[in-house]
Ligand binder design. Structure first.
Ligand code: ADP
Length: 400
């Protein structure tokens, strides 16, 4: 029997990441990425697990179609494995998509209709889809939406308290993102704890450059910190997270353009805005050297996370686990310890030795970092969004 394989494509405005993998085991056949598409110089990296081959070059790549041609060139060289499906990470599905779907003309139109909600991301996803259809005309293409997992949020969590007509006209409501990661991590944690997913309540913390918290009841998202766009909620690498909505109007009245405000809040805020650097490791180095701005940035990051954990534990009532994932969540013991400090009365008690010795060797791995007698297990779970997308695409095809 031939090995099942799904090609996962994650297209950004100037980048394209890909992975060819077994949707059942998550084992990677090949993967890589291209950054700097349509810029002067693109950086291309490829690897292939079975042959241990690697390639890294710099050249110019004019668009996503050429990027995909480059990916196909490498895959043809590196492996005989053919994809049975292509799974696309699509950032914004609006309120139309609560599950993965096979891409048709109607689906493309619906993703296009969400461009006002994700003006940078959705056009890139569409370019990736076009390019993949051209490169693999006979292979089924599936869209997996970052927003889909949060479609189960009740009205009280997804509505903003603004005029109903305005909200309806502009599709303004909270959608949430990182859904594939929160869903994957909660499934892993529930399986590890041997709790049926349909009975699993948890708080999931995806802490990377982008960061979000998610409240999960009975295996489904009931609230999340990101909103109509990925700007709301936690402090992020370069995004402000929660901010009084009067700030943009104040700045615009003071002479800022709309684009300048957008850039300020999305690209020049968060850790970067507070301390001039968005890498948590560098912040820790600077904080150790008495850099007050770096200290404030890391403390503010942690404080915001703590507020969300507290709010979601209260909203859920009963919590079976707290999970950390993504770059900071998986690797940063200081952040995990600081988030959980002084929370014993809420059932959270970190084991400092377990926290310091987390060593996850592969995607999907789980480490428990709470004291054995603590009521709420605290876990670190290695997220694997590519595997989750491949799995969802594969399951959809099996059901067709
Ligand atoms: P993205 O949202 O871009 O996928 P990642 O999940 O890769 O982001 O997370 C990036 C963040 O993770 C950065 O702030 C980086 O400093 C942090 N990070 C990555 N590795 C480590 C590590 N070993 N220790 C502490 N922080 C880390």
């Amino acid at each position: 029997m031939t090995q099942p394989a799904v090609l996962v494509i994650n297209a950004g405005s100037s980048s394209l990441k890909y992975a060819l993998l077994d949707p059942l085991s998550g084992d990677r056949v090949a993967g890589g990425g291209i950054t700097g598409i349509a810029e002067q110089r693109a950086t291309i990296t490829h690897d292939a697990t079975s042959t241990c081959a690697e390639e890294s070059t710099e050249t110019s790549i004019v668009d996503h179609e050429q990027a995909l041609i480059e990916v196909v060139r490498w895959l043809t060289l590196a492996t005989d494995v053919q994809p049975s499906a292509v799974g696309h990470r699509v950032v914004h599905g609006g309120k139309n998509f609560s599950t993965p779907v096979v891409i048709t003309e109607e689906v493309v139109a619906a993703i296009s209709a969400c461009i006002p909600l994700a003006p940078l991301h959705n056009p890139a996803c569409l370019a990736g889809i076009d390019a993949a259809v051209a490169a693999f005309p006979d292979v089924v293409q599936v869209a997996v939406f970052d927003t889909a997992f949060h479609a189960t949020m009740p009205k009280v969590a997804h509505e903003y308290a603004i005029d109903r007509e305005v909200a309806a006209q502009f599709q303004i409501r909270r959608y949430g993102f990182h859904g594939t990661s929160h869903q994957y991590v909660s499934a892993r944690a529930a399986a590890f704890l041997k709790i049926p997913l349909t009975e699993f309540n948890a708080v999931s913390l995806h802490l990377g450059n982008g960061a979000s918290a998610c409240a999960i009841r009975s295996g489904r998202s009931i609230d999340t910190s990101m909103g109509v766009t990925p700007l709301e909620g936690l402090v992020m690498g370069s995004r402000s997270g929660d901010i009084d909505a009067s700030v943009p109007t104040m700045l615009i009245r003071a002479g800022y353009t709309v684009d300048e405000v957008d850039t300020l809040l999305n690209r020049k805020s968060g850790l970067l805005g507070l301390a001039g650097v968005n890498d948590m490791r560098e912040l820790h180095r600077r904080a150790t050297n008495s850099d007050d701005a770096a200290r404030l940035a890391q403390d503010l990051f942690v404080y915001r996370v703590r507020k969300y954990v507290g709010a979601y534990m209260f909203a859920l009532g009963r919590v079976d686990a707290l999970m950390f994932t993504a770059g900071i969540g998986e690797h940063d013991s200081w952040v995990r310890q600081s988030v959980c400090v002084d929370s014993t009365r809420f059932g959270l008690e970190l084991d400092p030795i377990a926290n310091e010795s987390v060593h996850l060797t592969g995607p999907g791995e789980v480490a428990v970092i709470s004291s054995p007698e603590a009521p709420v297990p605290i876990m670190v779970v290695a997220t694997d969004e590519e595997h989750a997308i491949a799995e969802q695409a594969w399951n959809l095809l099996r059901l067709r």
